[in-house]
Design a protein around this ligand. Structure first.
Ligand SMILES: [Mg+2]
Length: 210
């Protein structure tokens, strides 16, 4: 599981999660979304929208919201998500979400996959309230709410922007890649193929303080 360095995970009290593809099963086909919105191939969607004239961007943004809302209603939890969040809550740890999705869409997604009860709604941060990842602003805002230092935090995500945001904020980073390819491992302290692996690892290492 360990990729780089030797950062302590079990003693970290603040856990920030990406949502889509991390706590949920990945169903977003970003290339198809880009094609529908007629945005450049391979470029991040939010950043591409920001380059467009205001009126065109507004229309495409609305189209994006509709696509995302439809995907939100189909969302299912990543195997191990319930177990990991329940374990962290039982251990008295803080949990929050930082997503590049919209706030209402994030709530719709979490309700659809039965994970909303684990989160204080004010700790589900989205592109509507903070600069999107890879900027670290959302992570720093969560840490501010918890009055915690980055060294007490973990960022968990399935995409390089999640891991980059964690690195920039100074947290430990856990990279989930169900395919096990770990192409962005340079940005991660730990790599896992499932959230169950994190549960098992925490249970095994908790008493050792690793
Ligand atoms: Mg993701």
């Amino acid at each position: 599981m360990q990729l780089n360095g030797s950062k302590n995970l079990a003693n970290r009290t603040c856990w920030v999660f990406d949502m889509d593809g991390t706590l949920t099963l990945g169903i977003h086909d970003f290339e198809a979304i880009r094609a529908t919105l007629e945005l450049p191939v391979g470029m991040p969607i939010l950043e591409s929208l920001r380059q467009l004239p205001t009126e065109i961007a507004a229309a495409k943004y609305e189209q994006l919201r509709e696509i995302e809302l439809e995907l939100a209603r189909q969302a299912t939890a990543q195997p191990g998500a319930h177990e990991l969040l329940a374990l962290l809550r039982t251990q008295g740890k803080q949990v929050g979400i930082l997503t590049r999705n919209g706030k209402d869409i994030a709530h719709e997604t979490l309700v659809a996959c039965g994970l909303m009860d684990f989160f204080d709604p004010t700790l589900v941060l989205s592109r509507d309230c903070h600069l999107p990842k890879p900027e670290p602003d959302g992570i720093l805002a969560l840490l501010n709410s918890w009055e915690a230092a980055p060294t007490a935090a973990v960022m968990v995500g399935d995409y390089k922007f999640d891991l980059m945001a964690g690195q920039r904020a100074g947290t430990a980073t856990v990279y989930i890649d169900t395919a096990g390819e770990f192409i962005w491992s340079d940005y991660a302290d730990y790599g896992v193929r499932s959230l169950e692996a994190v549960v098992n690892w925490l249970e095994a290492n908790n008493s050792l303080g690793l």
